[in-house]
Design a protein around this ligand. Structure first.
Ligand code: AMP
Ligand code: MG
Length: 487
């Protein structure tokens, strides 16, 4: 067999060089029988990687961290975090490695990172491994999020390792190759701050500015500008989650990025019936990370981020706190503005309609939807047809017909634009029952359902014949949905 020539792989190690205190050199575990399950060929091309080469043994070796170019120094990243509000001083990559950074075809630096690559000094009690199902789940949901226009880490590939993983049952093992604009999180700053080493904290902040918020470097106070930029990016992100019905499920501070990308698709889910109290994660017994709580929790996480920056914000602690509080005060207006702008588009309303009218109309609609358990994705999609004069498909989803009619009269009087609505309200999201069905089949060796689901959710706004079952809510027999962390 002739394999394609190995490309010249220019992995850089900016993170490890700038921040050696946060980067522990480590090697990926060998994979007994690696088999490429999915590959995002477009993303590969964006990274300057030849998809055909990635399918060769050397390429799969890169995707599992087992055959790396000379000089590559993978690292496990150190970070801390508040998990469900409780402080963990030392988390870090317990089953992940940063292989290095690649420059993509538009010149941006992107992390190439593995999940499920074996134990590291941060593994604590864990086995360092990941199973096929959860890694494919990250693949499909992050593909969908990207297609929806929501900032996210990307899944380049999932490789079945040939290892077995012991969970409640014995499962096939996998490694996910993930691409992100970086893996810096609030927890990275918490780790640096907890060392008491202000020089490390400053280097981390400057590294974050250079990679994510370069305009902050030119501000009068770059570290305050970094704080403001992260607040703005995360406010915009969580607004997008709320607008599409996404529940992250484990918004610990180590899962809140500095880039403003969604990270870690463990116990995540999309709501079917609109319900601010929706919780899917088996361990979130208090509903800390319930759907409607997400903006509040994010604000809390951002306050933890601001705390870490205090030594850089002002010489005196009191002055630094005042600066941080002032910056955090921008979160709510930024979130509201992003959410209202998003609702304006979901309802197809033009800029002539006052913000207050959009807010009132949205609030009334969401109350109606919550009271009557209306399917979120179907309802907004069908509302586009209501804007074209065919109200029945949306109306039939609401038990309170008089309530719907009264609301719809007010809305239609504002002249909604159906074209904008169809570009904004997805037809296809990775509904929980479809994800489970696809992952179960893939775990048993059948990738067809996964491929069909990917086909639907990677072109989410373009309704196509033949994909009708991807439009439908879960059947009643699916029951209450439960998700799990760290599997
Ligand atoms: P997560 O909630 O998935 O973001 O993970 C939280 C922490 O648990 C991180 O430090 C992970 O590296 C670690 N972790 C999760 N699963 C495992 C595992 N199977 N083995 C070792 N560490 C793990
Ligand atoms: Mg995590």
């Amino acid at each position: 067999m002739t394999s394609a020539p190995a490309p010249t792989l220019a992995l850089s190690h900016r993170f490890a060089q700038d921040l050696p205190e946060l980067a522990l050199p480590w090697q990926a575990r060998e994979t007994p029988d690696p088999r490429l399950l999915v590959l995002d060929e477009r993303l590969a091309a964006d990274l300057g990687l030849d998809p055909d080469w990635l399918r060769t043994p050397d390429g799969v070796g890169l995707l599992t961290g087992t055959r790396l170019p000379d000089g590559a120094t993978p690292v496990a990243q150190a970070y801390s975090g508040h998990q469900f509000g409780g402080w963990s001083p030392r988390l870090g990559d317990g089953r992940a490695l940063l292989l290095g950074e690649l420059q993509d075809t538009s010149g941006r630096l992107r992390d190439l990172h593995l999940k499920g690559s074996g134990r590291t000094p941060f593994s604590r009690g864990g086995d360092g491994l990941a199973a096929v199902g959860p890694m494919l789940r990250e693949h499909v949901v992050s593909q969908a999020m990207h297609a929806l226009g929501i900032p996210t880490t990307r899944s380049l590939a999932v490789v079945a390792t040939g290892d077995v993983v012991h969970r409640e049952t014995v499962l096939p093992g996998a490694v996910l190759a993930r691409v992100a604009s970086s893996h810096l999180r609030v927890g990275s700053f918490q780790y640096a701050a907890a060392t008491g080493d202000t020089d490390l904290l400053r280097r981390l902040a400057d590294h974050a500015i250079a990679r994510h918020h370069p305009a902050a470097a030119d501000a009068g106070h770059p570290h305050l500008a970094l704080l403001e930029s992260v607040i703005a990016a995360q406010a915009a992100l969580v607004a997008q989650w709320m607008l599409v019905g996404f529940v992250h499920g484990v918004m610990n501070t180590d899962n809140t990025t500095i880039s403003g990308e969604t990270i870690d698709y463990g116990p995540c889910a999309f709501v079917d019936a609109f319900d601010p109290a929706a919780v899917f994660s088996s361990i979130d017994t208090d509903g800390r990370y319930a759907f409607g709580q997400q903006p509040v929790v994010l604000e809390w996480n951002l306050a933890r981020f601001a705390e870490t920056l205090l030594p850089l914000l002002a010489d005196e602690q009191e002055a630094a706190v005042a600066v941080a509080v002032d910056a955090l005060g921008r979160f709510r207006p930024l979130y509201s503005a992003a959410w209202t702008a998003g609702m304006r588009a979901k309802l197809g309303l033009t800029d002539d309609v006052a913000g207050e009218t959009v807010s009132d109309l949205s609030g009334d609609l969401l109350r109606l939807m919550a009271d009557h358990h209306v399917d979120h994705t179907s309802f907004f999609r069908r509302l586009g047809r209501a804007a074209r004069g065919d109200a029945e498909p949306a109306r039939s989803l609401v038990l309170d017909l008089a309530g719907f009619d009264a609301w719809a009269d007010r809305w239609r009087a504002l002249g909604p634009d159906a074209v904008v609505m169809d570009r904004t309200n997805p037809a296809y999201v990775p509904r929980n029952h479809l994800v489970e069905e696809a992952l179960d089949a893939a775990t048993d060796g059948d990738l067809d359902p996964l491929e069909r689901l990917l086909e639907a959710v990677t072109t989410p706004f373009d309704e196509r014949p033949g994909l009708e079952r991807f439009l439908e809510p879960a059947p009643a027999s699916f029951g209450a949905y439960r998700t799990f962390c760290g599997t």
